[in-house]
Design a protein around this ligand. Structure first.
Ligand SMILES: CC(C)(COP(=O)(O)OP(=O)(O)OC[C@H]1O[C@@H](n2cnc3c(N)ncnc32)[C@H](O)[C@@H]1OP(=O)(O)O)[C@@H](O)C(=O)NCCC(=O)NCCS
Length: 212
């Protein structure tokens, strides 16, 4: 699903405050520390808690391998001025429906600064620009208002609720499903580019012009 461009580890996405790049083995300790926090892991389907230290390097290897094969696109979220410092991760994964599924997390010290929204919007732009897809999907646990807000701020709308298997949590949990259609994205992008400008004031003809 993912094009040649993203299959090389020089691939980068740059936003106002972030660089999104392929994860590296040197990120292992940051992933262990940040994804190892219960507050992060418990909202995800696949991050174990506690995070076994031996699981991080195989995880990074698998993410890099999948990126290289175009099977998924998983990126480290880093501050733009410190691209060696991983502060979170974001990824897009193909689904049988043909609509990729996105997931993300940030370390707790970096929450509530708009960074996840910035990263999600960069990934959305990339997916719609590089891949012929009609929509992107995501879901959140019902107890995760921050993630719901990230999706809403990025144009997603809720499609419904369902019980989802979250393997690392050990069971089925109530989740909300979200979707962003290409047409909605395109409309939001064109609004963003032109902005809203008030209509010009009506011209009031001066008296002389009326008499002439
Ligand atoms: C979800 C997560 C990525 C959000 O990251 P973030 O960088 O803090 O997100 P942003 O700052 O871009 O946006 C968060 C929004 O949620 C809002 N928010 C945060 N906590 C909230 C709460 N308890 N109730 C309601 N809104 C909340 C913030 O105010 C902000 O909205 P605003 O910009 O309108 O004020 C982060 O909390 C996280 O990693 N959580 C654990 C893993 C996770 O949930 N991943 C997603 C799995 S679906």
């Amino acid at each position: 699903m993912f094009p040649e461009l993203t299959r090389d580890d020089v691939f980068r996405l740059e936003t106002r405050r972030l660089w999104l790049r392929w994860p590296r083995m040197a990120d292992a300790s940051a992933i262990l520390r940040l994804a190892g926090a219960k507050a992060v892991a418990e909202m995800t389907a696949s991050i174990p808690h506690p995070y076994p230290s031996g699981a991080v390097e195989p995880f990074i290897f698998a993410m890099r391998k999948g990126n290289a094969l175009g099977e998924h696109l998983v990126l480290a979220v880093t501050p733009r001025d410190r691209p060696n410092e991983l502060i979170g991760m974001i990824g897009a994964h193909p689904q049988a429906s043909g609509r990729p599924f996105i997931g993300y997390w940030l370390g707790t010290p970096h929450w509530n600064k708009g960074l996840a929204t910035e990263a999600v919007q960069a990934l959305i732009d990339t997916l719609f620009s590089l891949v012929e897809i009609e929509a992107i999907e995501a879901d959140t646990r019902v107890i995760n208002p921050a993630s719901r807000r990230v999706l809403e701020k990025s144009g997603f709308r809720q499609e419904g609720s369902f019980l989802k298997a979250l393997p690392a949590r050990g069971g089925l949990f109530p989740c909300e499903q979200f979707r962003l259609d290409r047409s909605t994205w395109a409309a939001l992008k064109s609004w963003g580019a032109s902005g809203w400008t008030p209509a010009p004031p009506e011209e009031i003809p001066d008296e002389e012009a009326c008499l002439a």
